[in-house]
Design a protein around this ligand. Structure first.
Ligand code: TEU
Ligand code: CA
Length: 538
């Protein structure tokens, strides 16, 4: 059978590497990662083989939500550098054939944005309608019971004009009003401005929120969502060959194709989170994670592989700046488990995303005290959960398992005092494994996690079956093994990974050549965290 290959876009065989700039590399000793720090690591990233960097926000921001609260979309936060540093990053990355995708945070701005400052001061401000204002409820109080994601009500009274504004995240992140024509024109203009500067695309923050109908209580998948995305396609993306990745916690296998189908939004791929929330307690959510259930986890992946098999494209990831470290969440912290997880992800169909530090197997922060946390979500929700009856100890356990700061400790470059991240005092504590798990310890070791990632990334460029092959799950009910078969143009790739800490019998392996394996030798069966991929003719 002849498979149709997806039209070759420039990013199709590339791996994306996410940089969360505050914790990547600090060039000037103030304890905060910055753009010159990123530039100094471009050779490292090029050697690793990454073809795209997704850069979490570097725009000017009061950093209430670490840059996801933007006060000037056309400037850089001074702690991260300057616009000319950004231009230099784009150019220096480009010289290494690495393209930069920026974070587009346009569901909300910062309350420090001049648009909002003017809007809150007067009902007649030209930007008043850029935000969502409502009168108090009859008899006073907020217009509705809507809660915010980061704790507390979503409506905030602005005394100046007597109306409430909507902020679904923190009060410092007022929601933008996408019903306003001038607002949308401003956003399109800003996006074109960055693309003209050489940016290769956008990762679109909480993009499922922009079509909301707050009066009807519709927050995600609102009635205007796909109109807005279609308009954005016409005004920004059409005629350009850029990469667009939407982020949508609400996306399901039913709704995801609406974003990516060319008839609708036309986005290239979506971040969806079904495989993440699958592991959370149904009632109590992220602060009460369930033990890892491989069968359920595989089912979610298989559903998504099938749903986007012909139209659309999967973003493959286990980690990002909002999630715990994968080697702690799904592995046992060991290098072996880091490799096994990488293998299971990278050989499915889609584009793999690596979150900074993942490629060396960095683990969770293991903070034991609340005062070690910096993330507003963790700090705010602690108060809220405790008011709802959770004990402090239980909350700390939940935060240690699933809090966002797990991913936000500095990248561990070497075993020196500041982990090679900074000469000063890091803005957040270093991870507990910095002395053992660091780039310097792995860079020349062919058996390291880092070397294994380098290999997986390189294989994709030479074996089209990894990029384009059809996906069929194998041994779906097996509680230890994740396995699948990929087929393209007469080539078959069988991937079998033991995602458990116990040995497993190895199911019958097709004959063929080993393409990549986590271990150097073979034994009967599979050792804990052992994976092997075998390539043969169909
Ligand atoms: O995250 C989307 C989002 O919904 C998060 O609040 C998510 O629910 C939470 O992190 C799970 O713990 C995006 C960004 O990735 C995140 O960093 C921002 O805080 C958020 O949007 C607001 O911009
Ligand atoms: Ca710095």
């Amino acid at each position: 059978m002849k498979q149709a290959r997806k039209a070759a876009r420039w990013w199709i065989d590339r791996v994306v590497y996410q940089i969360w700039p505050r914790s990547f590399a600090d060039s000037n000793g103030d304890g905060i990662g910055d753009i010159p720090g990123i530039i100094s690591k471009l050779d490292y990233l090029a050697d690793l083989g990454v073809g795209v960097i997704w850069l979490s926000p570097v725009y000017r921001s009061p950093m209430a939500d670490m840059g996801y609260d933007i006060s000037d979309y056309r400037d850089i936060a001074p702690e991260f550098g300057t616009l000319s540093d950004m231009d230099r990053l784009i150019a220096e990355a480009g010289a290494r054939d690495v393209r930069i995708v920026m974070d587009l945070v346009v569901n909300h701005s910062s309350d420090q944005h001049r648009w909002f400052q003017a809007a809150r001061a007067s009902r007649d401000a030209p930007t008043r309608d850029f935000y969502i204002w409502r009168d108090p409820a009859p008899g006073g109080g907020p217009p509705s019971e809507q809660r915010s994601y980061f704790g507390g009500p979503a409506w905030h009274l602005a005394e100046e004009t007597g109306q409430y504004y909507l902020a679904l995240f923190s009060p410092g992140q007022p929601d933008l009003n996408w019903e306003c024509d001038d607002l949308r024109a401003e956003i399109h203009d800003m996006m074109n401005w960055w693309l003209d500067r050489g940016v290769a695309g956008f990762r679109m923050d909480v993009i499922d929120h922009i079509g909301k109908d707050i009066d009807a209580g519709i927050i995600t998948d609102g009635p205007r969502l796909h109109d807005h995305l279609q308009e954005m396609r016409r005004e920004v993306f059409e005629g350009r060959d850029v990469l667009s990745i939407g982020e949508a916690w609400s996306a399901s296998t039913a709704t995801a194709p609406l974003y990516t189908s060319s008839a609708r939004g036309g986005l290239d791929m979506m971040f969806q989170f079904a495989h993440i929330t699958q592991g959370w307690d149904e009632q109590r959510g992220k602060w009460a994670p369930k033990p890892f259930d491989l069968v359920g986890f595989k089912q979610v992946w298989t559903d998504w592989q099938r749903a986007l098999a012909d139209d659309g494209w999967n973003a493959l990831f286990l980690s990002n700046h909002d999630l715990p470290r994968q080697v702690s969440r799904y592995g046992n912290g060991s290098a072996a488990s880091a490799k096994a997880l990488a293998m299971a992800m990278h050989l499915m169909k889609g584009t793999p995303f690596i979150y900074q530090g993942e490629e060396i197997g960095m683990g969770n922060a293991r903070f034991s005290r609340l005062d070690q946390y910096r993330d507003l979500e963790t700090l705010n929700l602690c108060d809220e959960e405790m008011a709802n009856g959770m004990t402090h100890a239980a909350f700390l356990a939940g935060a240690a398992a699933n809090g966002r700061d797990n991913a936000r400790t500095p990248v561990q470059w070497d075993a020196t005092r500041g982990a090679g991240f900074t000469d000063g005092t890091p803005w957040i504590d270093l991870g507990p494994d910095a002395a053992e798990v660091n780039v310097a310890a792995q860079i020349d070791d062919p058996t390291s996690v880092l070397a294994f990632y380098r290999k997986l990334i390189a294989l994709r460029r030479v074996h089209p079956v990894i990029v384009h092959g059809d996906f069929t799950p194998l041994f779906e009910r097996d509680p230890q093994i994740m396995a699948y078969r990929r087929v393209l143009d007469g080539a078959a790739l069988v991937v079998i990974v033991n995602l458990s800490g116990e040995p497993a019998p190895c199911p019958h392996l097709a004959a063929g050549a080993t393409l990549v394996a986590t271990h150097r030798d073979r034994v009967a069966g599979l050792r804990a965290w052992e994976g092997i991929a075998v390539l043969s003719d169909t």
